[in-house]
Design a binder for this molecule. Structure first.
Ligand code: MF3
Ligand code: CO
Ligand code: CO
Length: 269
């Protein structure tokens, strides 16, 4: 068994060593590569089950391990959340149709380190509202990452994300949040995607966590379906999400899950 490196802050947030960044880069890159490779397989007529089968194969071929298969009883290498599904959509028989928007979320383990990332894809051509939702959600994540630097607080991150989404009259989901990660999948802190400047824990060099805002076109409320995983918007409005795993350095945030091919944003802008 490995021993965990670094120390814990008074808020229970692990501070990793400079040498731990390399492991997170390798894991994050592997997850991002899989999201790059899956892009050509998203089209009208495709099923979410086939997409997950391809992802499972990619994980195997890469020599990494899926963090989600077997996690709390979950049985797939990805979560695929289509249209009004907010997160944790279970891949299956669902057939994508023209204009559907979907989030694919993949977490892999490489050398004991976790790489967790998700992004939006479009089957065929999105309508203008869907395109705007995707753009605003992407930009909200990036505003959050810009606020992620030593001396700022987690409230500063949440505030930046919330301000951006709400300025476009879209809403931030409250029921799910980002999380610390490293040699574990989910750890302190809960990274909220809303909040007030200056509140919550102060960021320090060596913290590893995800930021993964979910933004709705309608109201923020969600509910979980009878399968105990699939979260949907209560008002059935469209929802989008992007997720990066990052590490805090003296300069700011280092993104571990950048797309090697520059495909993070689905319109590739
Ligand atoms: N990858 C998700 C996250 O961002 C967690 C998925 S857990 C699963 O934290 F079991 F649903 F896969
Ligand atoms: Co995550
Ligand atoms: Co994820």
């Amino acid at each position: 068994m490995h021993t965990n490196s670094g120390r814990l802050t008074k808020d229970g947030i692990r501070i990793y060593e400079a040498s731990d960044f390399a492991g997170m880069h390798a894991a994050g890159r592997q997850a991002a590569e899989i999201l790059d490779e899956i892009a050509p397989h998203i089209f009208p007529g495709q099923t979410t089950g086939e997409i997950d089968r391809l992802i499972t194969e990619m994980v195997t071929v890469s020599g990494s391990t899926s963090a989600t298969i077997g996690y709390r009883g979950y049985q797939h290498a990805s979560c695929i959340s289509v249209n009004h599904v907010v997160c944790h959509g279970i891949p299956g028989d669902k057939v994508l149709k023209d204009g559907d928007i979907l989030n694919i979320d993949v977490t892999v383990i490489v050398g004991g380190w976790y790489g967790d990332t998700s992004r939006m894809y479009v089957a065929g051509k999105p309508n203008r509202k869907a395109e705007r939702l995707i753009q605003v959600t992407h930009d909200a994540l990036m505003k959050g990452i810009e606020a992620a630097k030593p001396g700022n607080t987690f409230g500063d991150i949440g505030h930046a994300i919330q301000l951006h989404a709400e300025s476009y009259r879209m809403s931030i989901v409250r029921d799910f949040c980002g999380h610390g990660l490293g040699r574990v999948f989910h750890a302190a802190p809960n990274v909220l995607h809303y909040g007030r400047p200056g509140e919550k824990a102060v960021l320090e060099e060596g913290m590893f966590f995800t930021i993964e805002p979910m933004v709705n076109l309608g109201r923020p409320e969600t509910k979980v379906l009878a399968d105990d995983w699939t979260a949907v918007t209560r008002d059935k409005s469209l929802s989008a999400q992007f997720e990066h795993s990052i590490g805090i350095t003296a300069q700011g945030a280092e993104i571990f899950t950048s797309s090697p091919k520059g495909l993070f944003h689905p319109t590739y802008g």
